[in-house]
Design a protein around this ligand. Structure first.
Ligand SMILES: [Zn+2]
Length: 412
């Protein structure tokens, strides 16, 4: 079970996760947070140091590099991971903890004594007895999403550069910012990557090779009421908060929400409500695996807004829906070779490949839509975006071997 990659992966993961590189949806800058540049500059320096070629940090905050081909006639492949961590949970001051050769006992947290990571509740974790398990300290997420992916791509790159006897085509590695806020793929990235196809290292369980993601839209509903001093408000005040609450209450709750759906079902998720009596705003995401299902959810949201607007003609309710990304299956199903290659690389490493639809999106969803077929390959990360997040170093090593194998098999 121990591999030559374990210590390097552990060392990289611990070092990378300790760097705060959380993204911020509310920011207009690129990358959304300057702290991501620290990670990006570090990776640029490390790629230079390991002898990668064409190492660049682009204006849009992606680090790109080349591992030159060691054989001719092979396709050019890309491997990507994102440097940002999720805005969903505290990511400042991550103190990674390594439980070497974990004995299966409950894992407790110095910064949150009430918190427990228990094998009894998590069968996937229970199967990792003897592994080196990395967690955070209880106060933050770990950020294995996607620093595990970053560590895997960096370790595979270092290995391939050190072993030119391994036959492979030209390889491009890319580290992107702002994946968690859906802004990881700049319009220039496909051309700058210059690959025939690519893989994101951003899936979870060992063996996962994902080629279906949600199709995703985001909506902002703005409610403008009529504001006046409450002492003289009779017959005049129109409270935007009441109307916003009415919209939320009219949307489906027992169905079509994230908490009531699974598998191939889509949802409408109201994730933020802000405002005052004068003006209120709802932020909503719409998800479905199919175009018509997504369109129906958008139509339902508009209908709810119109219905509530009709109850109060003095208010203004504006519903703006924007496309985020589309199910990558629409494009990948036309040419499944990148998916089949990843699945074959898993099998060659003695890992059973699993392809389930992702109830989310990846940078690969956008890249695929933009003409770069990009399935998603496992990293081992689990319980992501929260304080219980963990990853097994040996699972990361399995992913590293799959990446190296993939590069080799693509050249055959
Ligand atoms: Zn991720």
């Amino acid at each position: 079970m121990r591999t030559e990659f374990d210590r390097e992966l552990e060392e990289r993961l611990v070092r990378y996760t300790a760097i705060d590189s959380q993204s911020d949806e509310k920011s207009d800058s690129t990358p959304s947070t300057a702290i991501q540049l620290e990670m990006l500059r570090l990776l640029r320096a490390e790629l230079d140091e390991m002898g990668a070629e064409e190492v660049t940090l682009t204006d849009y905050g992606a680090v790109l590099a080349t591992i030159p081909a060691t054989t001719v006639g092979a396709p050019t492949i890309g491997f990507l991971a994102h440097v940002d961590t999720a805005p969903a949970y505290n990511a400042t001051g991550v103190k990674p903890r390594v439980h070497r050769g974990w004995d299966g006992a409950d894992i407790r947290y110095p910064d949150a004594p009430e918190l427990v990571l228990s094998a009894a509740a998590l069968p996937y974790l229970a199967a990792k007895v003897g592994h080196d398990i990395v967690t955070a300290s209880g106060a933050t997420l770990l950020g294995a999403d996607d620093k595990a992916g970053v560590a895997i791509v960096m370790t595979a790159a270092r290995h391939l550069l050190a072993h030119p006897e391994i036959p492979h085509g030209k390889i491009r590695v890319a580290f992107t910012p702002d994946e968690e806020i859906g802004r990881g793929v700049d319009k220039l990235l496909p051309a700058d990557l210059g690959v025939d196809f690519a893989y994101t290292l951003d899936a979870a369980r060992v063996g996962e090779v994902e080629y279906e993601s949600f199709s995703a839209d985001a909506a902002v509903v703005k409610v403008t009421g009529v504001s006046i001093h409450p002492g003289t408000a009779k017959g005049v005040l129109v409270n935007a908060l009441h109307l916003a609450a009415k919209i939320v209450a009219t949307l489906p709750q027992a169905t079509m929400t994230p908490e009531t759906t699974e598998g191939r079902e889509g949802f409408i998720h109201v994730y933020e409500m802000t405002g005052t009596a004068a003006e209120a705003e709802l932020r909503i995401i719409l998800r479905d695996f199919e175009r018509d299902g997504l369109a129906a959810k958008g139509a339902l949201l508009r209908q709810v807004c119109e219905t509530v607007a009709a109850t109060e003609p003095r208010a203004r309710i504006a519903c703006e829906i924007k496309a985020q990304y589309r199910n990558m299956r629409y494009w990948l199903e036309n040419d499944m070779r990148p998916v089949e290659l990843a699945r074959a690389a898993c099998e060659a490493e003695g890992i059973e490949p699993v392809s389930k639809p992702i109830r989310g999106g990846t940078d690969g969803s956008r890249l695929t839509e933009m003409g770069v077929p990009t399935p998603n390959v496992f990293t081992g990360m689990q319980e992501i975006h929260g304080p219980l997040e963990w990853v097994s170093v040996q699972d990361m090593a399995a992913a590293t071997k799959v990446v190296i194998r993939l590069a080799e098999m693509a050249a055959k």
